[in-house]
Ligand binder design. Structure first.
Ligand code: 13P
Length: 249
């Protein structure tokens, strides 16, 4: 099954209006590589200006509330993000699972809210270093995926991102063998839940992906793209990753 490569930048809490020019530069790189689906998940304040300036990339949010409206001071609903111009939304990023204590049930409810409001979803999962050292990484992450996956998940609107927590922002990555085993086990977990639909669903790798390691990571059979933090903040750093995805077919 051939799956179109998906490269997504996650800007996290970085970017002011001045950086919308960088979105434009990344958009140009993406336009030159139509064989790759490219997107940027931006701070909510940049979604609308980025949407107005971008032609070739999709624009995503980094989180949404599970309710469509209500008394939730400071939160944003999926409907609001959609109206601002978002096409997609990350749910379950480890930084939110840790900092905001989001549970698997919360993540599944957020994914359903995103879906209700016509946002595509990037669902993040990943193990801690202690869980990997204990030899439980694959079991932990598969369980997390099945507990966070919304009912009726379909490849057309949901992708999975495997992000080992200890690899995020550290410059460290798992070995190619570890990534190969993890992505295969996630595909098997998906198959156990959604059957043949699992073959169409994209499973991204995230955690210190950069221009130097992207080609090797993207060559792994079940790695269908990347979720990129630090190396997505400028076109100069992000372009080699998009190019590596294009070259990997
Ligand atoms: P880095 O690419 O900076 O390690 O971040 C990965 C990540 O958390 C993307 O969501």
């Amino acid at each position: 099954m051939s799956r179109k490569k998906l490269i997504v930048g996650n800007w996290k809490m970085n970017g002011l209006l001045a950086q919308v020019a960088e979105v434009g530069a990344i958009d140009k790189v993406a336009a030159a590589h139509p064989g790759v689906e490219t997107g940027l998940c931006l701070p909510a304040t940049l979604i609308h200006p980025a949407r107005v300036s971008a032609r070739s990339i999709f624009i995503g949010a980094q989180d949404c509330h599970m309710a469509d409206s209500g008394a939730h001071t400071g939160c944003l609903s999926a409907a609001m993000l959609k109206e601002a111009g978002a096409d997609s939304c990350i749910v379950g990023h480890s930084e939110r699972r840790t900092d905001q204590h989001e549970s698997d049930d919360d993540v599944a409810a957020k994914a359903l809210a995103a879906r209700r409001n016509d946002l595509n979803i990037i669902l993040c999962v990943g193990e801690s270093e202690a869980q990997r050292d204990a030899g439980h990484a694959e079991a932990v992450v598969s369980d997390q995926l099945l507990a966070s996956l919304p009912d009726g998940a379909a490849a057309q609107w949901l992708s999975v991102a495997y992000e080992p927590i200890w690899a995020i922002g550290t410059g460290r990555t798992p070995t190619m063998e570890e990534v190969t085993r993890m992505h295969r086990s996630l595909r098997d977990a998906l198959r156990s839940r959604i059957g043949d639909e699992a073959d169409a669903m994209r499973i991204l790798y995230g955690g210190s992906m950069n221009g130097a390691n992207a080609a090797d990571l993207l060559a792994i059979a079940d790695v269908d793209g990347g979720l990129v933090g630090g190396a997505s903040l400028t076109a100069e750093k992000f372009a080699p990753i998009i190019q590596a995805a294009a070259a990997s077919g």
